[in-house]
Design a binder for this molecule. Sequence first.
Ligand code: HEM
Length: 418
Amino acid sequence: MESSVRATAQEVIAGQEPAAGDDSDLEVFDDAFAGDARDPYPELALARAAHPVQRVEMPDMPHDEALPVFFVYRYDDVLEVLRDGERFSSAHITEFIMGEVMGRYILVGMDDPGHRRYRALVSTAFRRGALARWEAELIEPVVGELIDRFAGRGRAELVREFTFPYPTKVTAGLLGLPGEDYQQFQRWSTAILSVHRKRDQAIAASAEVRDYLAGILSERRREPREDLISDLAHAELDGERLTEEEIFSFLRLLLPAGVETTYRSTGNLLFSLLSRPAQLGAVRADRSLVGQAVEEALRFETPLLYATRLAVSDIVLSGVPIPAGSTLILMLAAANRDQARWPDPDRFDIFRDPKVHISFGQGPHICLGMHLARAEMRVALNVLLDRLPDLRLDPDGGDPYIRGQVFRSPTSLPVLFG
Ligand code: HEM
C-alpha cells in the first residue's frame, strides 16, 4: 500500500486555493427542486392523523398512468415497508428515476438477489477499521482546513463556507482523487445532483465522471492505495469481484447518496443548535452530548424527506388495500415525528430518551454510509466548538431558516464568534 488516507487528504487540501471564496463560484445544490416550504410538519401531522396511508390519484406517474400512489406517514407502517424487500421493490428507482443518469447498477434501486451480492461486495470498503482511519486522517483535517479559512475573521456564513464544500471534500478524499481535481469534482457533483432541473447537463456530467474515474481505477488496479477505489477494485466475495461498471455506478451513487444528504444534515444540526442557545451551551460544556445532538437533529430535521417503493403484489397496509404495481411514498419526515413513538415530537430536545429514527431508512437498503455521515456531523460540531469560541448566530444575519419538502437544510448560517 503506497500512501495512507492522510496523504490523500493532504492532497485534497493542498489542491485548494486557500483564498476566500474558492468555493463561492460553485452553485450549491438544487434548492428549486428541494422545495421552499418553511415548515411542512403541521401538514404532515394532519395527514398522519387523518389518513395514515393515503391514496392519491396521480395521472402523471411515468410507469403506469392508471395506478394510484400511496403516501405512508406512520413510523410503524414506514418501517414495515422498508424492512420487507420481498413485497416491496426498489427497482423503479433505477428504471424511472435515476437510471438514465446513473447507469444500471444503482445499489439503492436494486432488488435481491442482485442487491444482496452487490451490497456485500461494496460493503467491504465501509468496514469499521476504515471508518476509524477516515475520521482521524481525512474528516478531521478537512474540517480543520475549512475552518482555517475563516477562523481569524470573527464571522462566517457556514453554509457556503463550511457545510457545502465539506462532504464533497471528504468524498473526494475517500476516493483518493488528486487534490487539483477537487473543484471539477464539485462541479460534476452539483451537475449530477441537479438532474431534475438540467437533465442533459446531468447526463453529460455523469459520462465525464465515468471517464475520469476509469483513469484512476486503472491506476489503482496497478498500484493499490488506501482509498475506496482501491478497496472496490480488490473487493472479493466467494471468488467474485465487482465489474468495472459496478464500480463506476457505485462511485457515482456516492454523490447523491453521500454528498447532498450530509451537506444538508450538517447544516440542520448546526442550525438546530445555534437557534437554541441553551442546548448549544449544554453540548459545548459536555461533549458527551454530541452523539445525542446528532441523532436528535437527524430525527427532527431529516435531510431527505421520503423514500419510495413499488408494491410487488396486492397488499393491505393499516387497513388500506394497495394493488400490485402501486408506488408507495414513505414519508420519513412524518414517521420521525410520530407521537406514537416520540412524546412531544415537534420539540427539538437533545435530552429525550434515545430511540432509533428512520432518516437512514431500515431493512435491506439501510444507509450504507450512516456511520460515516454520523462521524462527519460529530466531527464538524466538535471542531467548530473547539475552534470558534462563543459561536452564535449573527443577529444581523437576516432570517435564516430550514427549508424544503424533498430535501431540507438551512438557507444560510450567518455566525459570529470570538
Ligand atoms: C445524513 C446523511 C445521510 C442520510 C440522511 C442518508 C439516507 C439514506 C437513506 C434513507 C437510504 C435508504 C434509501 C431507500 O431505502 O430507498 C440510504 C441509502 C444509501 N446511502 Fe445514505 N444517507 C446519508 C449519508 C450517506 C453517506 C455519507 C453515504 C456514503 C458515503 C451514503 C450511502 C448510501 C448508499 C450507498 C445507500 C444505498 C444502500 C442500499 O441500497 O443498499 N449515505 N441513505
